[in-house]
Design a protein around this ligand. Sequence first.
Ligand SMILES: Cc1cc2nc3c(=O)[nH]c(=O)nc-3n(C[C@H](O)[C@H](O)[C@H](O)COP(=O)(O)OP(=O)(O)OC[C@H]3O[C@@H](n4cnc5c(N)ncnc54)[C@H](O)[C@@H]3O)c2cc1C
Length: 322
Amino acid sequence: MRESKGKAVVVGGSIAGVCAVQSLLSAGWEVVVLEKTTAPPTGSPTGAGNQAIDAEKKMSRILTRDESFNFRAAHWSDLHGLLYNALPPDIFLWGHVFQSFCVSDEKKSVKVQTKVLQTGNIVEFACDLLVAADGCLSSIRRAFFPDLKLRYSGYSAWRGVLDLSGDENSDIFAGLQKVYQDLGKCLYFDLGSGTHAVLYELLNKKINWICNYESKQQYDQENARATWCEEHKHDSDPLHQIVWDRVVLIGDAAHPTTPHGVRSTDMAILDAAVPVLHSRKMGRMKQGLVLADGKVFDPITATPQECKDLQQKCMPGFNNVP
Ligand SMILES: Cc1cc2nc3c(=O)[nH]c(=O)nc-3n(C[C@H](O)[C@H](O)[C@H](O)COP(=O)(O)OP(=O)(O)OC[C@H]3O[C@@H](n4cnc5c(N)ncnc54)[C@H](O)[C@@H]3O)c2cc1C
């Protein structure tokens, strides 16, 4: 039997959590995952998408095309299911809400307290490494950055996945494919000032849809905590530190980003600094909001370089990714 490298507690059993578990197990660590939801997720849509269709003038204008870009979107829950099902289920403790942690004086171990939802009991775990995969509103991050407030992007979204996989003869799917022959490439509809919708096809007859709309109301962090998962989009400037002795932040806990870069789920920790800012710029361009140089992106007067900036393949770290 391989000697254990140590014990790790991962808080959060979503995408970043299951990826961390894969890496830790293959590196010889013992792992336990504390996840506040009571069962593995069964569905959660994500997506983003670049052909502009002007609703008012009833015309289509090509802003940018990624013809040779071999990019294919995946449904979040398909991806999570694939990663999760490849792991031993007994290392996941569902219904365990992380409460607090304490690093030993000699900085060699960590004690983690968690509340068991079913009993209300507080249970303590001792470990050598605490991995914070608890998402964009990470409470572990708050211990290191108590004053950090997420930055509201200025726009919100409705989103969902139309699942037609069970309907062999779906008229809706056939109709969409007939009308929009570019469906697989992401369609980007201009629905009026500051509003756009995105449609693209996922595997197995699923259609991802998002409707982004300008919303000037500022959401504070407390509000964001309750509503992030719904639709208000936030990010933060890249953190100057994500590892402290025995604690590491990963995924959205380390780099909360707006979804326009289509990169957050698979964003590697080391490339976090660049995609967050690029994703922010892309989101503001697509929403017609004021950019860092004080100007607003205008599709009519846009330069070729500005149109190129909208291409997904120009996203830092995204080149030649299959
Ligand atoms: C509108 C929208 C569109 C998006 N579109 C895309 C896209 O097109 N492409 C893309 O790649 N990404 C997209 N994303 C982002 C993507 O969903 C996240 O980047 C990804 O899920 C982050 O994974 P994570 O594991 O870091 O965090 P999360 O998925 O947020 O998971 C955090 C986990 O920690 C758990 N948790 C939190 N607190 C506690 C606690 N105290 N105790 C125990 N468990 C806890 C939560 O229950 C959750 O399971 C989008 C997001 C939004 C909101």
